[in-house]
Design a protein around this ligand. Structure first.
Ligand code: NAP
Ligand code: ZN
Length: 350
């Protein structure tokens, strides 16, 4: 057993406090990781503040984890002490269902185990609830650990473990590439990495942001066009324009207006998860055989593929590294979209 220092919230309106969590004794398939950096995903905020309901307290969020292997179990083959590694949103799955067998562990039909706020046996995590990466150490079974290529700094890699794969996976699934017009709605933590990846895949990339305040950044990240959605002419100009739109927005949006931007057979993929249900009028789809789809992070093989792709294309997250005593302030700033573009907690400050 290892005692790790962590930061937890005790209630939906609580502030982050320093605490300790017990990490399980290293099993034969386990990897003990010294967490160096943990990104702050908007999902951490939804969960810590119980916006999706069902949060267990105390809650230690964090599923954008980058660190160094500190110890390995006797059956671990792919990792050695000192390796640069990452852990994302998942720490286990059944490994036997048809989805797990094709490497789509996030869609495990028996339910994958989430990195934090997930009920597990006491033997897996003391307290019976998984505790995430806002922590100095974590123990994860080897199949849920990925290698961080040397080309990416650990702090810039951390956000790729959730934000990166959440955009890479649908961009690949819906064949973003040369000749495809792709729009990213919302240029926040997820969106800005989506712009970089879509551009690197060769697509014609458009950002649909609330205002033009981040336009220079968007174009620097590889976008070809940048429009403000507060300007109604945007929706007239781009009507019927896109093959693929990825909606990363954490709040409710007027879906009909965005769906109208899809051309014949176009698809709008929802990855943002506001607590409110979406209203989608049937004619908005029927009128041009359009689809609305959803996508959840990505499986372990694709997460490794994404990290390798990002290293090959010089892609990392744009980050602001913070000390642990600034997590509450960072949450408030994410809610005000006052971050360029991802907060990353430096665990050396624990
Ligand atoms: P974020 O950094 O806060 O970015 C969200 C962006 O959405 C903002 O930067 C802003 O972009 C835009 N936005 C925010 N409020 C808006 C509003 N009221 N109207 C219009 N646009 C608004 O959040 P994130 O970490 O990227 O996460 C985004 C969402 O994805 C969250 O709901 C999160 O839970 C979800 N998520 C889903 C998955 C998955 O697997 N599907 C994985 C991770 C996260 P502009 O300023 O450019 O408009
Ligand atoms: Zn996330």
């Amino acid at each position: 057993m290892t005692l790790a220092t962590a930061y937890a919230v005790a209630a939906p309106d609580g502030r982050f406090e320093k605490t300790t969590v017990e990490r399980r004794k290293l099993g034969p398939d386990d990897v003990l990781i010294d967490v160096k950096f943990a990104g702050i995903c908007h999902s951490d905020i939804h969960t810590a503040r119980n916006e999706w309901q069902g949060t267990s307290y105390p809650c230690v969020p964090g599923h954008e984890i980058a660190g160094i292997v500190a110890a390995v179990g006797s059956h671990v083959t792919g990792f050695a002490v000192g390796d640069r590694v990452g852990v994302g949103c998942l720490v286990d799955s059944c490994g036997e269902c048809e989805n797990c067998l094709v490497g789509s562990q996030q869609y495990c039909s028996r339910g994958a185990t989430w990195t934090y706020n997930h009920k597990v046996p006491e033997a897996v995590q003391d307290g019976g609830i998984t505790m995430g990466g806002y922590s100095t150490q974590i123990v994860v079974t080897q199949g849920f650990v990925v290698s961080i290529p040397d080309g990416i700094a650990l702090e810039q890699a951390a956000p790729l473990l959730c934000a990166g794969i959440t955009l890479f996976s649908p961009l690949r699934h819906w064949n973003a590439g040369p000749g495809k017009r792709v729009a990213i709605i919302g240029m926040g933590g997820l969106g800005h990495i989506g712009v970089k990846i879509a551009a690197a895949l060769g697509a014609e990339v458009t950002v649909l942001s609330q205002s033009l305040s981040k336009q220079d950044d968007g174009l620097r990240f590889g976008a070809h066009h940048y429009f403000a959605t507060a300007d109604e002419t945007t929706f007239r100009t781009l009507r019927g324009h896109f093959d693929l739109i990825i909606n990363t927005v954490s709040a409710e949006l007027p879906m009909t207006k965005y769906i109208s931007l899809l051309k014949l057979d176009g698809t709008l993929v929802v990855v943002g998860m506001p607590p409110e249900p979406m209203l989608i009028p049937a004619p908005s789809l029927i009128g041009a055989r359009r689809s609305v789809a959803g996508s959840l992070i990505g499986g372990l093989p694709q997460t490794q593929e994404m990290l390798n792709f990002c290293a090959d294309h010089g892609i990392g997250a744009e980050i602001e590294v913070i000390a642990a005593d600034r997590i509450d302030e960072a949450y408030d700033r994410v809610l005000r979209s006052d971050i360029r573009y991802r907060f990353v907690i430096d665990t050396a400050t624990f």
